[in-house]
Design a protein around this ligand. Structure first.
Ligand code: UDP
Length: 326
């Protein structure tokens, strides 16, 4: 179609990437998805394969990235994003945030495309400032288990800003806080899929530590709207996107018990090293610059997400085997 905007989305088969593919197709874009499928799953985008306005490249962006034709936009969402993922594949995590980002910035330059990179609340580490505003520099243990993800994303922000300054590239940086919704992996180890998976299988819910650590969970549709607005804005500094509705992990587990009606109980397990004690986005900037704020309550979002997981096959519920990384 003449005049149709073309967008490259990396991590297209992942949780957020696949929702972004859907959104940009809905907005009339031609979407080129790319994924190396180490944590992504083609099932998330299989409904797009028959479309004329979608194509997919099975490729690892940590190696040279070639895309035929012009590009208007690039969204870099490829990365392992769950703590158990980056513990198992630390080097891939470091490479996709650093080398992968470098390759995509180079591609953006050649194509004269605007690029948005997915950063994270993990750039704030185990924060000493609460809630976290974009001006806070963070508190990260670079050699701890989360360091591979945190530092890759911090490098990603640094190189993106450098390309903006030196090459005048149009860049956008979104700092994503905990997000949930359909297409998360039931076995990805994060609190929400872990608790719902345990409830579905009739197991106890495993709360790490005493459960007093907090998180603020954003429903995926709200997150995608924030990313969409940021991409089309003219703002190049980092913007937090997340839901400030903060909850302790213990209360969150109790919410899942009520939602699922499971007769199982809570089992306490040791707190992983460097697990952040509190996390809540300050979204003043997103409100002011993008006119964005979340609309889906946790109650509503959890219900939709639970329905999604419940309707997966029993095989999916019990398939906790970790993928084989090579
Ligand atoms: N958590 C938990 N039980 C689980 C999985 C996670 O208590 O089975 C805790 C985890 O220690 C952390 C919080 O839930 O404090 C959120 O963890 P998640 O992996 O979802 O993401 P994070 O925000 O830590 O990156």
């Amino acid at each position: 179609m003449q005049g149709q905007k073309r967008i490259l989305i990396t991590g297209a088969a992942g949780f957020l990437g696949s929702h972004l593919c859907d959104r940009f197709i809905q907005e009339g874009y031609y979407v080129i998805g790319m994924d190396n499928l180490i944590t992504g799953d083609l099932k998330n985008i299989q409904h797009l394969f028959s479309r004329q306005d979608f194509e997919f490249f099975h490729h690892d962006v940590s190696g040279f990235v070639h895309v035929p034709g012009n590009l208007d936009y690039i969204l870099h969402f490829a990365s392992p994003a769950s703590p158990i993922d980056y513990l198992k594949i630390p080097i891939q995590t470091l490479k996709v945030g650093s080398l992968g980002t470098h390759n995509l910035l180079g591609l953006a330059r050649v194509k004269k495309a605007r690029i948005l990179v997915a950063s994270t609340s993990e750039v704030y580490g185990d924060p000493l400032v609460h809630p976290q505003h974009e001006d806070y520099w963070g508190h990260v243990n670079c050699i701890g288990p989360r360091g591979v993800y945190d530092e890759a994303k911090r490098f990603q922000e640094a190189i993106t800003m450098a390309y903006h300054k030196v090459h005048h590239l149009e860049t956008r940086i979104v700092r994503i806080f905990n997000t949930y919704g359909p297409r998360m992996r039931l076995n990805d180890g994060r609190a929400l899929p872990a608790f719902i998976g345990q409830a579905l299988r009739g197991e106890n819910l495993t709360v790490f530590g005493d459960g007093s650590q907090t998180r603020s969970f954003c429903y995926v549709d709200d997150l995608i709207e924030g990313v969409y607005r940021l991409l089309l804005s003219d703002y190049h500094l980092p913007v937090n996107i997340g839901n400030p509705d903060e909850v302790s992990i213990l209360d969150f587990a109790k919410e899942i018990i009520r939602l699922t009606g499971t007769d199982q109980t809570i089992e306490f397990k040791p707190l992983p090293e460097d697990d952040p004690k509190q996390r809540q986005p300050d979204i003043t900037r997103a409100r002011e610059i993008l006119g964005w704020e979340p609309h889906v309550s946790r109650k509503e979002g959890l219900k939709t997400t639970y329905d999604y997981f419940r309707n997966l096959s029993r095989e999916d519920w019990y398939n906790s085997e970790y993928r084989n990384f090579t």
